[in-house]
Design a protein around this ligand. Structure first.
Ligand SMILES: Cc1cc2nc3c(=O)[nH]c(=O)nc-3n(C[C@H](O)[C@H](O)[C@H](O)COP(=O)(O)OP(=O)(O)OC[C@H]3O[C@@H](n4cnc5c(N)ncnc54)[C@H](O)[C@@H]3O)c2cc1C
Length: 375
C-alpha cells in the first residue's frame, strides 16, 4: 500500500502526477488555490517536446488525446532581423518533435482524466509545517488544515511547500516579458500576421527581443523580452494605452510590422518579470515531502518549464508505484533523476543565451538553429 498523496497545485506538473498515480491505483488529492478551472486564462501555446513533455503524456496514457489537441502548422518558425527580412524559416511538415497546443486545452485534458473530486478548488495553502515521522500539516487560507504522510509541492514559483526543504527564494533574473494579443489578425492586423506566418516568429537583438506565436484561430500572442531593472518597468503604467508606445520605443527603427505586434495589441500589455531559483537548486532528503516543476527548479522561460514539470510529475508517480510502502525510496529515486535533469536543462539554455551575447545576435541565433536543425 502507498500512502494517500497530498499534492499542492493543479498546474501541469501536479495534474500529471495525479493522473499517473490514478493509473497505478494510488489515491491522491490536489489542493488548488484558484476557485475553479476557468478562474484564470491559462496563457498561450506550449510546444510539448518528444524528449520530456511527451514522455510524461505517454506515462499518463494520454498521447492519443494529446494529438487531438495539436494545432496544425504551428511548429513553423521564422527568425527575422529588425528590418523584417526573414533570415531563417522552417516550415511545419507535421513531423517535428515539438507540436504546439494551447496550455488551457492541455490542462483540461489532464483534469478530465482524473476521478471527480480529485482537485479541491479554492484551497489556497498559507503554511505547512513538519509534525515529525514524515508527516506534515498543511494550513489553508480559510484556516482549515490537512495532515498527510506524503506532501508534494507542485505550487509553482512562489511555493508555500518549498520552505520545508530549502531556504532558496526566487530572484529577478534581469529580464521580463511584456505580453499582448492581436485578435483576428489575418483581417485586422494583416502586416503583423504575415510577418509571423503560420507558426512563430523571433526577432532578437542584444537586450531586446520580439517573439510572437500564431495561436488557435488567427490570434497572435506577442512576447516582448527586455533586459531592464524592475524599477524601469514600475515607472510604466501598464493600465494606460500609452504603455504600448513606450515599449515600442525600445524598438525604434524596427520594421512597422514588427512594432505593430506591440502597438496593435487588443489586450492591455501585461508585464511578467522573470524570476529564477539558484542554478542547480537541490535539497537534502526530508522525510515525507518533495517538490516538482517550478517549485523545484524555476528558471526564466526557456521553453522547457512546463515540459519538465510534466515529466517530474510523471516520474514521481512512477517512482511511488515502483516502491509500494516505501515512500523514502520513491522520493530518493525521483529526486536523484530530477536534480541533474533540471540542472542540465538550465545549463543548456544558459549556453544558448551566452552564445547570443555578441553584436550579431540574429545571425548567432540563426547559426544555433541551423546546427540544431541540419535539414
Ligand atoms: C510567459 C511564459 C511563457 C512560458 N512558455 C513556456 C513554453 O513555451 N514551454 C514550456 O515548457 N514552459 C513555458 N513556460 C514555463 C511554464 O509555464 C512553467 O514552467 C510551468 O507552468 C510550471 O508548471 P508547474 O505545474 O510546476 O507550476 P504552475 O503552472 O505555476 O502551477 C502551479 C499551480 O499551483 C497553484 N498554486 C500556487 N500557489 C498555491 C497555493 N499557495 N496553494 C494552492 N495552490 C497554489 C497555482 O494556482 C497553479 O495552478 C512559460 C512561462 C511563462 C511565464
Amino acid at each position: 500500500m502507498t500512502t494517500h498523496v497530498t499534492i499542492i497545485g493543479a498546474g501541469l506538473g501536479g495534474l500529471t502526477l495525479a493522473r499517473v498515480l490514478h493509473l497505478h491505483g494510488i489515491a491522491a488529492t490536489v489542493h488548488e488555490a484558484e476557485p475553479a478551472p476557468s478562474a484564470r486564462a491559462q496563457g498561450g501555446m506550449l510546444d510539448i517536446h518528444d524528449y520530456n513533455g511527451q514522455l510524461a503524456l505517454q506515462a499518463a496514457d494520454l498521447m492519443a488525446e494529446f494529438r487531438g489537441l495539436v494545432l496544425d502548422g504551428r511548429q513553423a518558425m521564422r527568425i527575422l532581423d529588425r528590418a523584417g527580412a526573414v533570415l531563417f524559416e522552417k516550415l511545419d511538415d507535421g513531423t517535428g518533435g515539438r507540436p504546439e497546443v494551447q496550455r488551457g486545452d492541455l490542462r483540461q485534458l489532464l483534469l478530465d482524466s482524473l476521478p471527480a473530486g480529485t482537485v479541491q478548488w479554492g484551497h489556497k495553502v498559507s503554511a505547512a509545517r513538519t509534525l515529525g515521522d514524515g508527516r506534515h500539516e498543511v494550513t489553508f487560507a480559510d484556516g482549515s488544515t490537512v495532515h498527510t504522510g506524503l506532501l508534494v509541492g507542485a505550487d509553482g514559483a512562489w511555493s508555500r511547500i518549498r520552505p520545508l526543504l530549502s531556504a532558496a527564494v526566487p530572484e529577478y533574473t534581469g529580464t521580463s516579458f511584456v505580453e499582448t494579443c492581436l485578435y483576428n489578425a489575418d483581417t485586422r492586423h494583416p502586416a503583423a500576421a504575415s510577418a509571423v506566418g503560420g507558426g512563430s516568429l523571433m526577432a532578437v537583438e542584444p537586450d531586446r527581443e520580439i517573439h510572437a506565436h500564431r495561436e488557435s484561430g488567427d490570434t497572435l500572442h506577442t512576447y516582448v523580452l527586455l533586459t531592464k531593472a524592475l524599477d524601469w518597468f514600475a515607472a510604466i503604467d501598464f493600465t494606460d494605452a500609452a504603455a504600448a508606445a513606450r515599449i515600442a520605443q525600445e524598438f525604434h527603427g524596427w520594421a512597422p510590422e514588427l512594432t505593430a505586434l506591440i502597438t496593435d495589441g487588443d489586450t492591455p500589455l501585461v508585464h511578467r518579470p522573470h524570476h529564477a531559483l539558484p542554478d542547480g537548486h537541490r535539497w537534502a532528503r526530508v522525510p515525507g515531502v518533495t517538490l516538482l516543476g517550478d517549485a523545484a527548479h524555476l528558471t526564466a522561460p526557456n521553453g522547457e518549464g512546463a515540459n519538465l514539470a510534466m515529466l517530474d510529475g510523471a516520474q514521481l508517480g512512477q517512482a511511488l508505484a515502483a516502491h509500494p510502502g516505501d515512500v523514502e525510496a520513491a522520493l530518493t529515486a525521483y529526486e536523484q533523476a530530477m536534480f541533474p535533469r533540471a540542472a542540465d536543462t538550465a545549463a543548456d539554455s544558459d549556453r544558448l543565451q551566452e552564445s547570443l551575447f555578441g553584436e550579431d545576435v540574429p545571425h548567432a541565433l540563426l547559426a544555433a538553429f541551423q546546427a540544431a536543425e541540419p535539414d
